[in-house]
Design a protein around this ligand. Structure first.
Ligand SMILES: Nc1ncnc2c1ncn2[C@@H]1O[C@H](COP(=O)(O)OP(=O)(O)OP(=O)(O)O)[C@@H](O)[C@H]1O
Ligand SMILES: [Mg+2]
Length: 232
């Protein structure tokens, strides 16, 4: 469903991504992106959302090339991202935030998304007053608006406890399955990634080390030395 071919992104003379290729074959799965700080994970997400244009390479979504499409075009054509920013419409309740996002997309799925994300208990509260874990779920809810085919989540569990992180990934796994959406998720908690993602791409220094099953990535000597160290 997603095909990334030889993708390179530079910041001036510095190559943040250098010939990155991988595929996500199946819909309705979580695909993990791991790697040390500065590996290029967020840069990859930016290239996939259209925030940053690559200097080389291609991105194909369901066989169609989208490499140079705008951010807005991608959002309207099935690629969404989370922002780690709860109040895109300040001063509104959780329900209003999601309804406004849906209205802007011409989508009618706000109520269904509030339910799917378990946000009903906080729906009438102002988004900036709810618990941090709920805010992270609002962030994902906003990315679900308009039934995207591909969701890009950059550290959706940032700031959460171990227990909350595992619960969020458990929830994400059933969510993507139920909705047939694929999520590319950058995460530093390797237990969450290996426990809930069906495939994992490991990056280091702007290059792919490997894309494989969690079990294979976990025991890959190159991944262990670049990132996992003794944690694996
Ligand atoms: N706007 C920028 N200008 C110049 N260099 C940048 C810019 N953004 C990122 N970089 C550099 O590009 C490299 C990749 O950064 P990126 O943010 O993609 O890494 P990351 O894998 O997301 O890291 P982290 O785990 O810390 O989030 C880093 O060396 C970073 O310093
Ligand atoms: Mg990052």
């Amino acid at each position: 469903m997603l095909c990334v071919e030889d993708l390179s992104v530079s910041y001036g003379a510095f190559k943040a991504l250098d010939g990155v290729s991988f595929k996500v074959a199946k819909s309705g799965t979580l695909h993990g992106i791991i790697g040390p700080n500065g590996a290029g994970k967020s840069t990859l997400m930016d290239a996939l959302t259209g925030r940053r244009l690559p200097t080389r390479g291609k991105v194909l979504l369901e066989g169609k090339e989208i490499t140079r499409r705008s951010v807005v075009w991608r959002r309207r054509n099935g690629i969404s991202r989370s922002f780690q920013r709860t109040s895109i419409f300040p001063g509104h309740t959780v329900r209003e935030q999601i309804e406004l996002a849906a209205w802007r997309m011409g989508a009618g799925d706000a109520g269904e998304i509030i339910e799917a994300m378990g946000l009903e208990p906080v729906a009438s509260l102002h988004a900036d007053t709810i618990a941090y874990g709920d805010q992270r779920r609002v962030d994902i809810a906003l990315a679900l608006v308009g039934r995207p085919r591909l969701m890009l989540l950059d550290e959706p569990a940032a700031g959460l406890s171990k227990r909350e992180t595992m619960a969020l990934f458990d929830h994400l796994q059933s969510l993507v399955q139920d909705r047939g959406v694929t999520a590319l998720v950058v995460e530093h908690d390797v237990d969450a990634v290996f426990g809930f993602c069906s495939e994992v791409t490991a990056l280091d220094l702007g290059k792919v080390i490997t894309t494989d099953s969690p079990a294979a990535v976990r025991r890959d000597a190159r991944v262990v030395s670049a990132y996992l160290g003794s944690a694996a």
